[in-house]
Design a protein. Structure first.
Length: 366
């Protein structure tokens, strides 16, 4: 807006200057009202030019807190269909055209169904797909971008170190050995105690992609709708906890870089891994409020143990009227009972060579 106003008035003033060049040089003492008119017009145009710039500045201004910082308070929606990594079909393309974006958005539900193994037309996947389908109909790509990753420029994760790949393979093999002996063997996410969504960075989700941000002069609090976890970030750029101290949400500290809120986090608990990251990763988040009342959320992952270079991703948070809703998940839900019962049935089959017949077994031990 400001650039357009500037160009418009620049053209007008240039035109007036050319007109005045045609007027012969006149001593100031001999100016009459007639030959003063071009100079009066010039003054008026310059005044209007300055006034229009101030109006454009007001339109480009962001909301601020009483203490002068960008007002990040509110509810923020971060649903997006833009993939983290750029798909091969968009290699070399940073932004989709209208036709590509519409096709990508229209087929989002089908891709999700295939990824979840729900592509069999003869199977009824009950209600979960109903609300997934309705939700996908409302979501869009983030400004038609082909990837959330902005660096490396190819929109893909950097190469993972071979030793880290070997560690992840070994971890995957050992993870499910004796994994259902008791509730404590299951993940805290599955038991509704803790959600990795609240661990930085903020990740786009299929559901519950909503958060509330509360900002004061001294702290920022980010509460996600998913399990209602709250991350409290001091804004005095204090020294983080020693790296030996690992917490489920890490140790975060924040500060202002001009009008951008910067949050740095280290000390993530070893049970959490993002895209294969190690417990020694450092996350740098940058939140910038835009004049259209969206937040440009950018994060950089620096983990030399996993990747040969840091990488950065970014997307918009859209302002929402709120509120966030209860995430109805509680510890020891009935799904967990079914998982443990299924594990006991597998053990019974391994020991006896027979399928577990619950009524018969219960009758035998009565």
């Amino acid at each position: 807006m400001k650039n357009k106003v500037f160009a418009f008035w620049l053209i007008l003033i240039s035109t007036l200057a050319k007109f005045q060049q045609r007027i012969p040089s006149i001593p100031l003492g001999s100016l009459t009202m007639d030959n003063r008119l071009p100079f009066i017009n010039a003054g008026l145009l310059i005044g209007l030019f300055v006034f229009s710039l101030s109006g454009a500045s007001a339109q480009d201004e962001i909301k601020r807190t009483p203490w002068g910082k960008p007002d990040l308070n509110g509810y923020w929606d971060y649903h997006h269909l833009t993939p983290l990594q750029r798909p091969e079909i968009f290699a070399g393309i940073e932004v989709m055209n209208e036709e590509q974006a519409k096709d990508w958005e229209d087929n989002a539900y089908n891709r999700e169904a295939e990824n979840r193994g729900r592509s069999n037309p003869n199977v009824n996947y009950v209600g979960v797909d109903l609300w997934h389908e309705e939700a996908f109909a409302e979501w869009e790509t983030d400004d038609h971008r082909t990837s959330l990753i902005t660096d490396p420029p190819n929109g893909r994760l950097p190469a993972m170190r071979e030793n880290r790949q070997a560690e992840l393979r070994a971890r995957a093999r050992s993870r499910y050995r004796g994994y259902s002996r008791s509730p404590e063997d299951r993940t805290m996410q599955e038991r509704c105690i803790w959600s990795p969504q609240s661990v930085p960075p903020i990740k786009t989700l299929i559901e519950n992609a909503m958060l509330q941000l509360v900002l004061t002069e001294d702290f920022a609090v980010i509460q996600t709708e998913r399990l209602h976890d709250s991350r409290v970030v001091p804004l005095d750029n204090r020294t983080p906890l020693p790296t030996e101290v690992k917490q489920y949400y890490g140790s975060s500290t924040g500060y202002w870089d001009g009008d951008t809120l910067v949050i740095e986090t280290t000390g993530i608990h070893p049970s959490y891994s993002y895209q294969g990251s190690s417990p020694d990763m450092k996350i740098i988040e940058r939140l910038t409020l835009k004049p259209d009342n969206r937040i440009w959320y950018e994060y950089t992952i620096d983990d030399p143990n996993t990747w040969d270079q840091p990488w950065t991703a970014a997307f918009h948070w859209k302002n929402h009227s709120g509120p966030t809703f209860e995430f109805a998940c509680h510890e020891f839900n009935y799904g967990l009972t079914g998982i443990l019962s299924g594990a006991r049935a597998e053990e019974y089959r391994e020991l006896t060579g027979e399928d577990y017949d619950r009524p018969a077994v219960e009758a035998e031990y009565r």
